[in-house]
Ligand binder design. Structure first.
Ligand SMILES: Cc1cc2nc3c(=O)[nH]c(=O)nc-3n(C[C@H](O)[C@H](O)[C@H](O)COP(=O)(O)O)c2cc1C
Length: 329
């Protein structure tokens, strides 16, 4: 039985975020509150095939394989892949199963031009037959449940056509980012569409789980959005920035600043230990998100963004603590 069928509803899951939801960040989330499902960053299926099978680069030196590490406590975990080629999707889906993942997710929503140029990501909304072929190809290549993450349309909302097309291939779950490709993330997510999406799903295949995504602020907000729309779960992306406790129901405002600094340091240590050759600069967005909202935050942030290692981060934080203790005395 697929793990999707064992989840208690409503469920709350982390979004796949490139250069954010790596193995180190997922560990932090697992320690701080636990997402009901973990997601990797998206990984190019074509890239995996070429790096492993054509260039024959050993997995230990293959940066794409670093995106497919599974850390402790991160279960169930889904690997997100993208491609427009059924044989590449089949290759990557099979690989993901061999690596011990619990599910495979197909990206059909990414607006990045380098992804769309390949006919993958959000471009698939314009070629539903190909999208169906990709789902079918993944399903044939693996026993893992296959899910899809997409948007409500390309230039305009086309739920009435797009959702039935996806449902016809019967993926285990569909995550709807409630914006079109054209809207990027520039307008508020259109949660008012989710109720219609649920009606379409119920009419065509009630077994397929529906997850809503976009602008979820915290767990209370997620519960309210799920209750109003009738979907099965909510996916949270940017709400995790600076708040890995979000799945435990904690808001960023109620988290003491010392907890945030500790979280940042443990993330940096795990990042350094687990993800090389990823660049330390990737952590800058976490520094910005964690170090905010208190007197002196801007100054400390500026100093921390200069750091090039976890050790440097720690010594800057130590100096900051000594300075602030002195100021209080
Ligand atoms: C930095 C960043 C990286 C992202 N990377 C991915 C990705 O790898 N795969 C994907 O399906 N969506 C990706 N997204 C989209 C998010 O998963 C999510 O759909 C979007 O941020 C809306 O949810 P939110 O409002 O909760 O952040 C990314 C978004 C951001 C901001």
């Amino acid at each position: 039985m697929s793990f999707w069928n064992t989840l208690q509803k409503p469920f709350f899951v982390m979004a796949p975020l490139a250069d954010v939801t790596d193995v180190a960040f997922r560990l932090l989330v697992a320690r701080c509150g636990a997402s009901d499902v973990y997601w990797t960053e998206f990984v190019s299926a074509d890239g995996l095939y070429h790096t492993r099978e054509v260039k024959k680069i050993p997995d230990a030196e293959n940066p794409l394989m670093r995106d497919l590490l599974i850390g402790s406590g991160q279960r169930p975990i889904v690997a997100q892949i993208f491609s427009s080629k059924p044989d590449m999707i089949a290759y990557a889906a099979h690989l993901v199963e061999q690596l011990g993942f619990d599910g495979v997710d197909l990206n059909m929503g990414c607006p990045d031009s380098s992804v769309e140029k390949q006919g993958a990501g959000a471009a698939l909304i314009k070629t539903p037959e190909r999208a169906i072929e990709l789902i079918t190809s993944a399903q044939a290549a693996t026993r893992l449940p296959v899910s899809v993450k997409t948007r409500v349309g390309y230039s305009k909302e086309i739920l009435d056509e797009w959702l039935p097309a996806l449902l016809s291939a019967r993926p285990a779950a569909i995550t709807l980012h409630l914006r079109t490709r054209k809207e990027m993330s520039l307008v508020p997510a259109r949660w008012e569409l989710m109720q219609r999406a649920v009606e379409i799903r119920d009419r065509i295949d009630a077994r397929v789980l529906l997850i809503g995504n976009g602008d979820v602020l915290d767990l209370a907000d997620a519960r309210a959005k799920i209750e109003e729309s009738g979907c099965d779960g909510a996916m949270i992306g940017r709400g995790m920035f600076g708040n890995p406790w979000i799945f435990a129901g904690r808001t960023s405002e109620e988290t003491p600043f010392d907890d945030k600094l500790d979280a940042l340091l443990s993330l940096a240590r795990d990042f350094e230990a687990l993800t090389p050759p990823k660049h330390f600069a990737i952590l800058k967005k976490h520094i910005k998100a964690f170090v905010t909202g208190f007197d002196g935050a801007a100054e400390l942030r500026a100093r921390l963004t200069e750091a090039n290692s976890a050790e440097e981060l720690e010594s800057i934080v130590r100096a900051y603590h000594i300075d602030s203790t002195r100021r209080r005395e």
